[in-house]
Design a protein around this ligand. Sequence first.
Ligand code: NAD
Length: 435
Amino acid sequence: MATDLRLPTDRIVRPDKDRFLNEENPFEAMMSRFDKAADLLDLEPGLYKVLRHPEKTITISVPVLLDNGEVEVYTGHRVLYNTSRGPAKGGIRFDMNVSLDEVKALAAWMTWKCAVVNLPFGGSKGGVVCDPLKMSVGELERLTRRYTAGIIATLGPDSDVPAPDVNTNERVMAWVMDTYSMHVRHTVTAVVTGKPVEMGGSLGRREATGRGCMIVTKEALAHLGMNVRGTTVAVQGFGNVGSVASQLLHREGCKIVAISDRTGAVHNANGIDVEDAVAYVKERRSLDGYAKGERITNEEMLTLDVDVLLPAALENVITTKNAGKIRAKIICEGANGPTTAAADTVLEEKGIFVIPDILANAGGVTVSYFEWVQDRGGYFWTEDTVNDRLRDIMTRSFKDVLDLARQHKVNMRTAAYMLSISRVATVHRLRGIYA
Ligand code: NAD
């Protein structure tokens, strides 16, 4: 007789599905999608409860000696959401909007994201509440090292592997790697990904998330029978993800008609010169003052008449307040959580094809996985190998999600959650509950 791998069932207590959640609480937004997929999967109650809770939540105070001699104390979080499939993987974000609920949501999204593209990782995330743009390099380094020391018990190539996220970069990862290595008394390159190539980083990692967005956008265009050449695109956020996605889509023949950052948006119906805008931002650190187009607000940009909208900034930019006005045919979610759960319904009613964040921006963690594999093997791949393997994983994952969406007659987001939750659930059933 086949072994029953399902966890023992008990009475299920699920939140009222129709209760209107706080639309902008990212953890609630994540959970409402999780609930919908869990229902469709008929997830057993015990496992449902397990997967609704993060495994580990750490909050620390991070005292930093400022350049003026004063001491400031920042708050830092690290959440390991689920490690059933492998070491936790997730970025570190430095931003004033960081909160524990946000970090929990981002850690859960990392869990589903790694599972959707079938990487042997669990999910985590970290963040420090601070404004890095107002800090000197020395202050940032001290903040990074003290935060790393504070969460060091969770870190390690086999336990929890950070990467860059909003307002952190290769340099910050180098400090994390060095601090960890100093504590354990030997160099451990695989403890972080997104490092400089000179110290064990992977070729292609910096561009990977934007490249993944480009790949799935092309898949979506093909699925909808639309031409890549001449496709009009508006990109919100012109940092790592948004700028690279713009460059690569532009090279594929798309017309980038609007870009934006925290200082506002630029619209040019004839097409933005993306390389010129990248060079401008590299020099000035923002699009402020960029005059080769009409200045519009971020809000106006979201509702432009374009084929593809690519939000690549922060959460909750597409809400019930503006979803009805969005005219794009495809939304490629470069950012994590740009659409609220309530806005999903509006977009679906309008027939907009949404490539959900956990699929659309999974290129970054995929090449992070390649970096971790290369560090552990001590053998490094060419950029073409990295990009080819990334393309294989992104196209296969897009197809997996699309197939499931068709099979269950659900949208791409629900299908992506169903695929990832079922993969995590299978491992939990196989492992059982340790008592
Ligand atoms: P980044 O810090 O490099 O860039 C963020 C950009 O968003 C900047 O241009 C900033 O000015 C802009 N921005 C900030 N607030 C804004 C606002 N209110 N309106 C418009 N623009 C605003 O960050 P990033 O690494 O590009 O990350 C962007 C998003 O992509 C985040 O949601 C992040 O979690 C997600 N993401 C990043 C990666 C990665 O590899 N970097 C991987 C997966 C997902």
